[in-house]
Design a protein around this ligand. Structure first.
Ligand code: MG
Length: 215
C-alpha cells in the first residue's frame, strides 16, 4: 500500500473515530485511512457493516483527503446476532425502546457529522445482499467486509461484492484471526480462500485487518 507522504487524517475526523463505539483498533483504522487515501479514481468504496461509523470515518477521511471517491456504508443498523438483547455484545445504549430493536443509525450519523464527513460517507440502510442486487454492475475501488460474521454471510459478501472491485482495488476483511483462540474463524477462512485465488495479491494482515489487492 503506497500512500502519498502528506496523507494525514484531520484532527476532527480522528477524534470522531476514536470516540465512536466499535471494534476496530486505532492501527487498523490508520491502515484503512492509508488504503483509502492511496486509492485511484472516483469509484466508491463499499463497507459492509457500518455499525457506529468508526471505520467509515477512516475510509471517508481518505476520500476527503484526495478529493475523490465516496464511501457507501451498508448496514441494516439492527445489530448483528451477537449484539441482540441477552447476547455477549449487546449494548443497551444502542437499543431503541420504542422500536424494541437495536438501532445503530443515530450513533452512525452522529459520528459522521462530528467527523465532518457527511459529504463523503453515504449510509445505505439495508441488507448487504439486497443492496448489492439493487446496484447491478457497480464497480468499486475497495470493499471492506465487516458485516455478519456468520460463515454463510461472509461467503456471500465476498461472492457478491468481490467481483465489483476493479484491478488495483482492495478487498479487506475485519476480524481475521489465524488463531481460533482469538476469535471466530469465518472471516479468516474466507480471507484465506480469497488469498489463494490467482486474482488476488496478498497485501498484508494488520492486526485483524486482512488486505488483498486485485491483480
Ligand atoms: Mg469487526
Amino acid at each position: 500500500m503506497q500512500t502519498a507522504a502528506a496523507a494525514k487524517m484531520r484532527d476532527e475526523a480522528l477524534r470522531a473515530a476514536q470516540e465512536a463505539k466499535g471494534f476496530l483498533s486505532p492501527s487498523e483504522g490508520e491502515r484503512l485511512f492509508e488504503l483509502s487515501a492511496s486509492a485511484q479514481g472516483t469509484l466508491p468504496m463499499v463497507e459492509i457493516g457500518g455499525y457506529c461509523g468508526k471505520s467509515a470515518v477512516y475510509l471517508g477521511d481518505g476520500c476527503r483527503w484526495r478529493g475523490k471517491g465516496r464511501v457507501l456504508s451498508i448496514d441494516h443498523h439492527r445489530g448483528s446476532a451477537e449484539q441482540q438483547p441477552g447476547e455477549s455484545y449487546f449494548d443497551a445504549e444502542l437499543f431503541d425502546v420504542g422500536a424494541q430493536a437495536v438501532d445503530t443509525l443515530p450513533a452512525f450519523r452522529l459520528t459522521i457529522r462530528r467527523a465532518g464527513l457527511e459529504d463523503w460517507v453515504i449510509p445505505v440502510v439495508g441488507e448487504s445482499a439486497a443492496v448489492r442486487q439493487c446496484l447491478g454492475d457497480i464497480r468499486t475501488a475497495a470493499v471492506f467486509i465487516d458485516g455478519s460474521h456468520g460463515a454463510l454471510d461472509v461467503v456471500a459478501d465476498f461472492g457478491q461484492w468481490g467481483p465489483t472491485i476493479v484491478p488495483g482495488g482492495y478487498l479487506c476483511f475485519h476480524d481475521v484471526y489465524p488463531n481460533p483462540k482469538d476469535g471466530g474463524q469465518a472471516p479468516f477462512g474466507v480471507f484465506e480462500h480469497a488469498r489463494a485465488l490467482s486474482e488476488w495479491d496478498f497485501v498484508g494482515l494488520y492486526g485483524s485487518l486482512g488486505v488483498l489487492q486485485r491483480r
